[in-house]
Ligand binder design. Structure first.
Ligand SMILES: *Cc1c(COP(=O)(O)O)cnc(C)c1O
Length: 395
């Protein structure tokens, strides 16, 4: 890409991202093209967002049809696609009701507000503390940041909200010790995403559910990254035989369009009444019409099942690399939320892959994260594995 463009970009944009010197102009399925016409196979999918791949024609059509009909009128009125999407989500999950917003952080804000409000309306106004996890990631707004257990992300923003206690993920005793009558909710990602693709140990989530049940504490699952088929089931909680009280969604819900959702059962969501919470754009027609098509397309084309099969195939191949190369420490994750922990820094591997036409991503310095579109093919996976094989061999 031209140095002029990079210089201009770095002058006019807030310097909040460490970007690769790559400007992407076009996509189709699992492929992307940059300004020089170079092709890439995408194993990032906009950070676990574009499950149906890029420029999905059916979603584009739903988006355009709705755009020709009605963009936005606010939540002073009912609109049809918002209700249909809520009905779809409730019909495919434990939840009865849905609050729509525009991002993962906002969905988590709504969840935290609902948890506090739930006890407030019961008269338990001292019950406002939240137990969250070390290494968690819930977003960048003050509430979601307050629940995020990573110092580097909170750096410079103190004081954050009061009332958050952090425990080690997978340590059930720590939750037991921290749970008391001032705790309104335990909040966690069923599989930690940004924190390093860390899976729950068998029995951990059921034990948390049990502790919450016995103390009347709400259980919030942040499925912003794990939801919408990413882990091989529509929602990750389905793997573990555990149902949360509140669940948040965002990333893949709109296949790239900005939308978040907070879902809950009737008795919990009833703590929200008119005026409790709101969003100007939340559930706006153009976005919900597209997201509804994303959900219906996934169901029609059995995308979750395909993603699950590809995830198993991919994991096998990654384990094969681990067998051959000592620099690979371990392979982790479920479905198409996969990670490869290295004994070396991941950044040079990401660059080498990019050079060879593959986009992958690295988290926590040394964990390569693979979150391709769920429509990824065996050919795509084989090609990436070949590429990694060559890179590791040449090192
Ligand atoms: C990405 C992410 C968020 C934040 O979502 P935004 O849309 O960036 O606000 C929250 N929780 C989890 C688990 C995430 O992966």
């Amino acid at each position: 890409m031209s140095q002029d463009f990079i210089t201009k970009a770095n002058t006019v944009l807030a310097d909040t991202y460490k970007r690769f010197p790559l400007a992407i102009v076009k996509g189709k399925g699992t492929k992307l093209w940059d300004t020089d016409g170079k092709e890439y196979t995408d194993f990032v999918a906009g950070i676990a967002v574009c499950n149906l791949g890029h420029a999905c024609p059916e979603v584009a059509k739903a988006l355009c049809n709705q755009a020709g009909l009605l963009f936005h009128v606010s939540n002073l009125y009912y609109t049809l696609p918002q209700v249909e999407l809520a009905e779809w989500l409730a019909g495919h999950s434990f939840a009865d009701r849905v609050f729509f917003c525009n991002s993962g952080a906002e969905a988590n804000e709504a969840a935290l507000k609902l948890a506090r409000k739930y006890f407030h309306v019961k008269g338990e106004t001292d019950r406002f503390r939240v137990i969250a996890m070390n290494q968690s990631f819930h977003g960048r707004t003050f509430g979601s940041l307050s629940a995020t257990g990573q110092q580097k992300i909170r750096e410079g923003y103190d004081p954050v909200l009061v009332g958050f206690d952090f425990v080690e993920f997978n340590d059930i005793e720590a939750v037991r010790r921290q749970l008391n009558s001032s705790v309104c909710a335990v909040m966690l990602e069923p599989i930690q995403g940004e924190g390093g693709i860390r899976c729950p140990e068998p029995g951990y989530l059921p034990s948390i559910r049990d502790l919450c049940d016995r103390t009347g504490t709400l259980l919030i699952f942040d499925e912003v990254q794990t939801g919408i088929g990413r882990t091989g089931k529509l929602f990750a909680y389905e793997h573990f035989g555990v149902v949360p009280d509140i669940m948040t969604l965002a990333k893949a819900l709109g296949n790239g369009l900005p939308i978040g959702a907070m879902l809950a059962k009737e008795d919990v969501m009833s703590a929200f009444t008119p005026g409790s919470h709101a969003s100007t754009f939340g559930g706006t027609p153009v976005i919900t019409a597209a997201a509804l098509e994303v959900m219906q397309y996934m169901e029609r084309e059995k995308i979750v099942e395909h993603g699950r099969a590809m995830g198993e195939y991919f994991k096998e191949k990654l384990l094969g690399l681990k067998d051959r190369y000592g620099i690979v420490e371990d392979i982790r994750g479920m479905g198409l939320l996969l990670g490869m922990k290295l004994k070396i820094s991941g950044a040079p591997i990401v660059s080498a892959c990019m050079e060879k036409g593959f986009l992958i991503n690295c988290i926590q310095e040394n964990i390569l994260r693979f979150v391709p579109p769920l429509i990824v093919s065996k050919n795509d996976i084989d090609a990436l594995i070949d590429c990694l094989d060559k890179i590791f061999k040449d090192m």
